[in-house]
Write a new protein. Sequence first.
Length: 394
Amino acid sequence: MKKTVRDIEVSGRTVIVRCDFNVPMQDGAITDDIRITSAMPTIKYLIEKGAKVILMSHLGRPEGTADMKYTLNPVAERLGQLLNKDICFISTPEVVNEEVKEKAGSLKAGEVMLLENVRFRKEETKNGTEFSKELAGLADIFVNDAFGTAHRAHSSTAGIADYLPAVSGFLIEKEVQFLGNAVENPERPFVAIMGGAKVGDKILVIENLLKKVDTLIIGGGMAYTFFKAKGYEIGTSILDAENVGLAAELLKKADSMGVKLLLPVDIKVAKEFANDSVAAYCDMDQIPAGMMGLDIGPKTQKLFAEEVRSAKTVVWNGPVGVFEMPNFAEGTIAVARALSECGGITVIGGGDSAAAVEQFGLADKMTHISTGGGASLEFLEGKILPGIACLQEK
Ligand SMILES: Nc1ncnc2c1ncn2[C@@H]1O[C@H](COP(=O)(O)OP(=O)(O)O)[C@@H](O)[C@H]1O
Ligand SMILES: O=C(OP(=O)(O)O)[C@H](O)COP(=O)(O)O
């Protein structure tokens, strides 16, 4: 168990907090601020305890140049609104300069400052020692609360912990608790649903989950690679050709481990990858030549939903159809609805499934929606995340 902000004296101390404020933006405006609101419990706690708070984050991938398209200025404004207080934001390509050091040194209890995008410095993503020291030099304590970036070993996520007492914030604590418990100590039956497009990207997650789950459901684009492995014709459906052999191995493994593995039994096929394409339902082994599967069919929706409804723990990663197109969203909606009704612990592994649940208005019906895409995948793979490994043990 990692120490959290509760386990260290913060009052009157300067605390530097790494957040993941890598929010989606359009024309300079934040389109979804969930990553900012998710950091609020830690920030508010520190303010209430009378800490002097320095926040830092990256935004996008400016690759070591101060490209103002990626300035954190909009985040500073949003933080000011959410906290209802002035946020000191000094925008400089160096991130840390004399003015920043001076301001950090003169912060009063409860005051908050935000540094400019840490990826304006090229040392950041290389975990450069000098930059880690510069950041550490601003504060007495390091708090990591950037779960979405915890799989990166960078100066602001891991390197800095070499120079300051390092503990986790409440968001990382919550993510580890829900993702960790779901996988390590699940109430059973434990069902995992894997979807999305590429088997290759999620192979390690599937392998790890096979060791833990009672049932593994495979839907979405990745199902076709498994069908190919079973020898079915898949028309023009998405295929991860390199990984057909791997899919065959996984099918065998599931069988020998006694894990129930469910694949779609019927699907909705279309002529083209377009919402208004000519479409039809067919059984899995009847995919017409020249057609592609873009969603699961009604029999499969029922099959998957029944399995989910009887589960006590469900982990879901990846949509079961092309939910971005309304005509192929039905299957993903059915799965999301089943999760919202199952009454057990439901954990959504970030990325597109989180966006889908949000889009369907079912987000508040889930136990936990991870703020990390890549990070939650690596966590589910059983990997140690550097941004968490560097924190002090209780
Ligand atoms: N049958 C399908 N054919 C093609 N793409 C699909 C299919 N089903 C789902 N997808 C697409 O997979 C994408 C998500 O894949 P991925 O990035 O692996 O998931 P996640 O972001 O949840 O980890 C979505 O954009 C979705 O449209
Ligand atoms: O948005 C992020 O990743 P995600 O889209 O996998 O959740 C994180 O902020 C990490 O960003 P990065 O993948 O540029 O290191």
